[in-house]
Design a binder for this molecule. Structure first.
Ligand code: IMP
Ligand code: MG
Length: 181
């Protein structure tokens, strides 16, 4: 059963539950194709924002994989990127000589993902790719191109829901929306 009511704090829905489901299925197919010959796939989710995307993505992945998670943050609990990226929670798995797929919620300025990629590359994985649900290329401060993404969003769209938060709230909404100002 899908929720039909929209949270009163939401101005408008950007991506509905149905749109997200459809696109994420396509991204699962991309993972299946990209890693069809891989024997050592580790899917690294960047918490907390990746959670709904990650869970939905791996349901339709038929390649053997190991799940692992990290918390890397460039936000000090506010909506502004500080430029400081900290690893708050590190992986459990040794990624040396493994195929690593990073699953991210959004690439915005590019700071968090660039820093995370350079940290993980220093551990000598066999390969490393980045899949992000949303991509905001018009807001880049650090040059970065994900290997694949779900949807493009505009520079001024601050999104919430489906993992995205406004000061840690609204992550549980089943759709992605723009918050009322
Ligand atoms: P970046 O380092 O600026 O690319 O920031 C990436 C992180 O900022 C994401 O992983 C999100 O946690 C957060 N973020 C960026 N844009 C939004 C947004 O529109 N809504 C909620 N969180 C966002
Ligand atoms: Mg994130």
């Amino acid at each position: 059963m899908s929720k039909t009511t929209t949270d009163p704090r939401i101005e408008r829905i950007l991506f509905s539950q149905e749109q997200l489901e459809k696109r994420i299925k396509e991204l699962s197919s991309w993972v299946n194709e990209t890693y069809k010959n891989s024997k050592d796939l580790i899917v690294v989710g960047l918490l907390k924002g990746c959670l709904p995307f990650y869970a939905q993505l791996i349901k339709n992945v038929n390649v053997d994989l190991i799940t692992d998670f990290m918390i890397a943050s460039s936000y000090d609990g506010k909506n502004k990127s500080s430029g400081n990226v900290k690893i708050i929670l590190d992986l459990v798995t040794n990624i040396e000589n493994k195929d690593v797929l990073i699953v991210e919620d959004i690439v915005d300025t590019g700071r968090t993902i660039s820093k995370t990629v350079s940290i993980l590359k220093s551990r000598n994985p066999k390969s490393l790719k980045v899949l992000t649900l949303l991509n905001k290329p018009s807001n880049r401060v650090v040059e970065f191109e994900p290997d694949n993404f779900g949807f493009l969003v505009g520079k001024d769209d601050f999104v919430v829901g489906f993992g995205f938060d406004d000061e840690e709230k609204l992550r549980q909404l089943p759709y992605i929306g723009i918050i009322k100002s």
